[in-house]
Design a protein around this ligand. Structure first.
Ligand code: XLS
Ligand code: NI
Ligand code: NI
Length: 435
């Protein structure tokens, strides 16, 4: 045991009336909601990067945290960080974590050395995962921080960078597979452009399509049964990213023949940056059959960038869980807390507060959505709005009638549509009854 979390005990469910700030008030992992344990609905994960690797910097100042693993040799630090991380998973009683290759071990002077460092730590993970229940929700390769990736990874004009990125993903995919990871994520941090003046978009998209096909092929070859996920984001750090939003990613997948192979990992803050709501992205993804997993967080509504704060909006999560329950759940996916405490939140306990609040918010959203669906009034209202399409005449327009047939029928039957209320306020109030 390290003494990082000294004095803090495992977080337990104590019910909504508990005043203990280090207890769950709503997240009760074994409680059955809509026929399934709460934990199995949410499948929550700690993000290694925000919780253990991020040092509290912002564009105007560096490190604000003072963690014991910053001192000494980088490999010793990485080992201490791993010990602390697994203690944290136990404290929270959280079933999953996620990491990038560079979050867990220092990069070496060559790919070979980086892999050696990485494997030293992931071997430690593997041992720890035998003796505690923590599992890997997903792994990913960081192909955006190192300066070699400043013009992109698979979309880089330099083929050597494409090659380096391919080698990095091959390794991280294999490690994810060996650790029993449920998914593998690709977030294209710099797969886009800073200025169109130096960019050939078609070439870059073709290279990115080829890259993803190579990844899918390798996943099959090594017997990886998890889901490959793309995480859409419109911009930041790039001015423009090719994986802009769910609709754009679907078009990309279709173009490169991958719509059956790859799903999306939808992040709340990224949806927001794209000018959508979180539920919009979930709804579209489930409609297209590509809803895979979720990065749970929220953005500051005023600052206009990806602030990665912990979720705290039950209404928003209710609409999200409505979409997820309608999707039949997230399957292999889950809720990765791609969220960090603020840079002034210096204490180890702050890491707990962030995750506790996030989990309680998700639990309330899940329960509200389950109740909304069980009640049925809402679904019925939407069904009624589209009920006209159940008539044989309407169905014919979608199957056999031509434009001329339809026009003739409008004249013959004297079709004269009467507008009906969209009932938005009624629906908002109805949903709020369950929030
Ligand atoms: C950054 C992304 C990143 C991915 C993993 O905005 O959300 O954290 O989830 O690379
Ligand atoms: Ni993310
Ligand atoms: Ni993000």
């Amino acid at each position: 045991m390290t003494d990082f979390f000294k004095g803090l005990s495992p977080v337990k469910f104590e019910g909504p009336n508990s005043a203990n700030p280090l207890a769950y008030r709503h997240y009760n992992k074994d409680e059955i909601v809509a026929g399934k344990r709460m934990e199995d609905h949410i499948r929550p994960a700690v993000a290694y990067w925000h919780t253990f690797a991020w040092e509290g910097g912002d564009p105007f100042g560096g490190r604000s945290f003072d963690r014991p693993w910053y001192a000494g040799s980088p490999m010793e630090g990485a080992k201490l960080k791993a010990d602390v991380a697994f203690e944290f998973f136990n404290l929270l009683d959280i079933p999953f974590f996620c990491f990038h290759d560079v979050d867990v071990a220092p990069e070496g002077d060559s790919l070979k050395e980086s892999i050696k460092n990485l494997r030293t730590i992931t071997d430690i993970f593997a041992k720890k995962m035998q003796s505690q229940r923590t599992k890997l929700l997903w792994g990913t390769a960081n192909m955006f921080s190192n300066r070699r990736f400043m013009a992109g990874a698979s979309t880089n004009p330099d083929p050597d960078v494409f090659a380096y990125a391919a080698a990095q993903v091959k390794n991280m995919l294999e490690i994810t597979h060996e650790l029993g990871g449920a998914n593998y994520v690709l977030w294209g941090g710099r797969e886009g452009y800073e200025t169109l003046l130096n960019t050939r978009m078609k070439d870059e998209l073709d290279h990115m399509g080829r890259f993803l096909n190579l990844v899918v092929e390798h996943a099959k070859k090594i017997g990886f049964k998890g889901t490959i996920l793309i995480e859409p984001k419109p911009q930041e750090p790039s001015k423009h990213q090719y994986d802009y939003d769910v609709a754009t990613v679907y078009g990309f997948l279709k173009t490169y023949g991958l719509e059956k192979e790859v799903k999306v990992n939808i992040e709340v803050g990224h949806a927001f940056l794209a000018g959508h709501s979180f539920e919009h992205e979930l709804h579209l993804a489930r409609s297209l059959g590509i809803l895979g997993s979720v990065d749970a967080n929220r953005n500051d509504l005023q600052s206009g960038w990806d602030t990665d704060q912990f979720p705290n909006n039950v209404g928003e999560m209710t609409l999200a869980f409505y979409e997820i329950l309608k999707n039949g759940g997230l399957g292999n996916g889950g809720f990765n807390f791609d969220a960090k405490v603020r840079r002034q939140s210096l204490d180890p306990a702050d890491l707990l507060h962030g995750h506790i609040g996030g989990l309680d918010t998700l639990a309330r959203g899940l329960k509200a959505a389950a109740a909304l669906i069980a009640d049925g009034t809402y679904d019925k209202a939407v069904d009624e709005r589209y009920a006209g399409w159940n008539t044989p005449a309407a169905k014919k327009m979608l199957t056999s009638e031509s434009l001329a047939d339809i026009a003739a029928r409008v004249e013959k039957d004297n079709i004269n549509p009467q507008p009906r209320s969209g009932r938005q306020e009624y629906l908002e109030n109805l949903i709020n009854r369950f929030v």
